[in-house]
Design a protein around this ligand. Structure first.
Ligand SMILES: [Zn+2]
Length: 101
């Protein structure tokens, strides 16, 4: 799978997780099986960092809200795709480095 497409799907995956929407893809289909289980934990952490529940969903990246699940997903994809992408890339770098040791 081409890198750009995989990263776009990973960003969607994180946004869906943060918005508590059901996933369209399994993480194992987006990244190599060797890192999927570890990355799943990182993504849980990223998702809980960017979302806050308080009578709806609030964005911890820009303090906007409250959003519905769908509204929050769209907000993350439209406004914060690059923020999420760099968080995911950082985690993948960390995991890959740890696996080399
Ligand atoms: Zn935001």
């Amino acid at each position: 799978m081409r890198h750009e497409i995989a990263m776009k799907k990973l960003v969607e995956y994180v946004a869906r997780k943060a918005s508590a929407l059901s996933q369209k893809y399994a993480l194992e289909d987006l990244v190599s099986p060797s890192i999927a289980p570890v990355l799943a934990k990182s993504i849980d952490r990223i998702a809980s960092t960017i979302a806050r529940k308080n009578g709806g969903l609030w964005c911890n990246l820009c303090e906007k809200g409250p959003f519905t699940k769908r509204g929050f997903y769209l907000h993350l994809i439209r406004v914060h795709a690059r923020d999420i992408e760099s968080m995911v890339q950082e985690e993948m770098r960390r995991i890959t480095e740890a696996l080399k040791r």
